[in-house]
Design a protein around this ligand. Structure first.
Ligand SMILES: [Zn+2]
Length: 467
């Protein structure tokens, strides 16, 4: 066998294990893992001193998302390119259905928008309410490779909320077809009342944002949705959990045998609501809001123990000018933060180097677990012979200071600006092609492929990890 690429002398991290060895690539697949002594290769890459990991997965991104009268500032090309710079080779974004647009037509339209993505991509099907949806629509989406469906219990003010009765119906039907429901949990009634009170007192500056969406507005919604999933017998993924009590509810739900999984994001692990007190605190606007140190500690512990299953970014960048317009009014500000490029490095710096996580666990959280949960496994999420050669050679000693002007996301804001991180990719391969090497992006517009997800691997949020 002659290899196209051989990655030598690295520490391979995959499937919960770490071992010294070589990885060989033929065409777009992994052809060898282990000892390459006897083999020839067209190109040899030195991975000495580096970890060799599966391409990372960001299962929660919002490229070119129309929201709050504007559009998030990365398109699928700029966002996918930035992702590759960080070591992410697959993203799962969301459909953005217009009024009255059906699920299938929404998927087709969004796929067209994603066409220029330079890394692999898939979509979650978004619902704003569930009236009038037929099980055949879901079935057709699943056959198109869209096997997870997103709902919001919040955002009633912008007509994106799904009421409980419709959500329960959706959970039953999605569960019945073996799909996965993904829910953004916040209690809309609590938030509406808080907003009303703040408006009446003219308290519209960003430091009131956390008070408008208190921790219990998240956890009461989590508790309700978990209970609905239990009654409906469906599997459920909880998006961007931020609070101590949400984690307790996730843990208890898993103990009850509900097929549950939960994610959090780097901003909730690293930052607190103190950011909103800063001079340009409005630029940190995101929902749910940043929380307290005691929440951060619980989130880290839950990642380590296996209560939380994955880390995703909720990447939804805006340029400063897009947010500055609403400097004095957090109620209408575009909510969201950039993150896709910094996910692996931040998790390595704050998780592995700070002894919250082993490197094996880090790779599970941003590769294997999301791959399994969202039906990308085994093609993505591990280094396994015969599967897609999405590979990262990750240099733990590469230290850089975060600076939005040096990063590749289309934004001049970064919530971690000034922070020194270590751990950046030296090489990144997408289906056997180098897309990052010698500190140069070598990918192309449209090089990413649509990934047809399956549903067989979607259960099992309770398994793996270290619980
Ligand atoms: Zn989101």
């Amino acid at each position: 066998m002659k290899l196209n690429y051989l990655i030598k002398n690295g520490s391979i991290v995959s499937n919960g294990r770490i071992f010294e060895g070589d990885v060989g690539v033929v065409n777009d697949k992994i052809a060898l893992i282990g000892n390459s002594v006897e083999l020839e290769a067209d190109h040899v890459y030195d991975a000495a001193g580096c970890y060799v990991t599966p391409g990372f997965i960001d299962s929660h991104t919002h490229m070119q998302l129309p929201v709050s009268g504007t559009v998030s500032s990365d398109d699928f090309f700029s966002g996918g390119r930035a992702a590759a710079w960080g070591g992410v080779t697959t993203i799962i974004d969301f459909t953005t259905p217009g009024p009255g647009q059906g699920l299938v037509s929404g998927i087709m339209a969004r796929k067209e928008e994603a066409r220029l993505c330079p890394i692999d991509y898939s979509l979650h099907g978004t619902f704003y309410g569930y009236d009038g949806v037929e099980p055949e629509d879901l079935q057709e989406a699943i056959e198109m490779g869209v096997t997870s469906f997103k709902f919001f219990t919040a955002y009633g003010e912008s007509n994106r909320r799904t009421p409980d009765g419709e959500l329960f119906q959706a959970l039953k039907e999605i569960g019945g077809l073996g799909g996965l429901a993904m829910v953004h949990c916040e209690n809309d009634e609590i938030i509406a009342k808080k907003r009303e009170d703040l408006i009446s007192k003219e308290k519209k500056s960003i430091e009131h944002h956390p008070a408008s969406r208190p921790d219990y507005s998240e956890s009461t919604a989590v508790g309700k949705v978990v209970h609905l999933a239990k009654v409906a017998g469906s599997c459920l993924h909880l998006a961007h959990l931020t609070t101590k009590e949400s984690i307790n509810l996730l843990k208890r739900g898993k103990e009850l045998g509900i097929d549950l999984s939960g994610e959090t994001c780097p901003q909730y692990l690293l930052l607190t609501e103190d950011c909103y007190e800063e001079k340009n605190g409005h630029r940190y606007a995101a929902t749910p809001p940043l929380r307290l140190d005691e929440d951060r500690e619980v989130l880290w512990n839950a990642l380590e123990s296996g209560v939380l299953d994955s880390v995703a970014t909720d990447h939804c960048p805006f340029r400063n000018e897009q947010k500055d317009e609403f400097q004095d009014n957090f109620l209408d500000i575009p909510q969201g933060l950039p993150g896709v490029e910094t996910l692996p490095s931040l998790l390595f710096t704050e998780g592995v180097k700070e002894n919250h996580l082993s490197i094996e666990r880090m790779v599970e959280l941003i590769a294997e677990k999301p791959a399994r949960r969202f039906g990308l496994y085994p093609e993505k999420g591990s280094l396994t012979v015969g599967t897609d050669a999405d590979i990262v050679v990750f240099d733990p000693e590469d230290s850089r200071r975060i600076n939005p002007d040096k990063l590749h996301m289309n934004t001049d804001f970064n919530p971690f600006a000034g922070k020194r991180t270590c751990g950046w990719p030296r090489y990144v391969f997408l289906r056997g092609k180098p897309v990052l090497q010698d500190n140069k992006f070598g990918g192309k517009k449209g090089q990413g492929e649509w990934v047809n997800r399956n549903r067989k691997n979607q259960s099992g949020g309770n398994h793996g990890g270290r619980n």
